[in-house]
Design a protein around this ligand. Structure first.
Ligand code: UDP
Length: 236
């Protein structure tokens, strides 16, 4: 497989063409951002940790019947994915109150949520990714009723598999963000990444953050924490 032209420059990843139109070459970068890009740093080693963690998680989801765009990991920082048109939604699932949910509703962080909830945010930097309701998604022609149902069903299925996976390695899956894309034939695939950048992970024994809140909240060095998540996922 050959790495072709740069197709998309993201905050944490670069996407390149390959000689096969349906396959994309992804490089995970060391850049960390928060506050919609207002806070930005290069953190050596972050790209390879997120690439490895995402690859392991997508493989585990695939084994459990949840298909994603992931094809294969080809190096420490690179993977091959299937080309999809990203649906401009961030689909957030919450098991435990934290972050914006706690702030907006004045529910202390750490309070269990009665049942896993699914929220939608409109991926739009200019608007600062506002939360949107299902009618907005339909009015803006972002997704159909049927697709919204699929997104919710898939997001909850991912939650079930990942909650169990993390529980087995002593980690509480507090909340996470997913993105989805459409393939050429219109079917919906899980896409983007699933890593400590996109999940809140708390150590079950100590309640310590094992995720990007370390960076967002200036709690210390992110690398040993992401490494710990990878080690536990690998059973080390
Ligand atoms: N999240 C993400 N990207 C975003 C916004 C949120 O990956 O642009 C993840 C975040 O890591 C957390 C979950 O989605 O696991 C819920 O985030 P929240 O709405 O609480 O926002 P925050 O307070 O983290 O900005």
């Amino acid at each position: 497989m050959e790495k072709g032209q740069l197709l998309y420059q993201g905050k944490a990843k670069e996407l390149f063409q390959t000689e096969q139109p349906d396959l994309i070459w992804v490089e995970y970068l060391n850049q960390a951002t928060a506050l919609n890009g207002a806070k930005k740093d290069q953190i050596k080693g972050k790209g390879e940790l997120n690439n490895q963690i995402t690859s392991l998680i997508f493989q585990r989801l695939d084994e459990k019947g949840i298909r994603s765009h992931f094809v294969e990991q080809i190096s420490e920082t690179e993977q091959i994915i299937q080309a999809v048109d990203i649906i401009p939604l961030e689909v957030v699932v919450r098991n435990i109150a934290a972050g914006s949910f706690s702030k907006r509703l004045a529910i202390p962080e750490g309070t269990p949520v009665k049942f896993p909830i699914v929220e939608f945010y409109f991926k739009n930097d200019e608007l600062d990714d506002p939360m949107i309701i299902e009618d907005h998604i339909k009015v803006l022609d972002i997704a159909t009723d049927e697709e919204i149902t699929t997104l919710k069903t898939m997001a909850l299925a991912v939650d079930e598999v990942l909650s169990e996976l993390f529980d087995e390695i002593g980690i509480l899956l507090v909340d996470f963000k997913l993105e989805f894309g459409r393939t050429r034939d219109g079917s919906i695939l899980l896409a983007d990444e699933i890593s400590p950048d996109t999940c809140r992970l708390w150590d079950k024994a100590t309640n310590e953050h094992l995720d990007k809140d370390i960076y967002r909240r200036d709690l210390g060095d992110l690398i040993p924490v992401y490494q710990e998540v990878l080690n536990r996922l690998k059973g080390e």
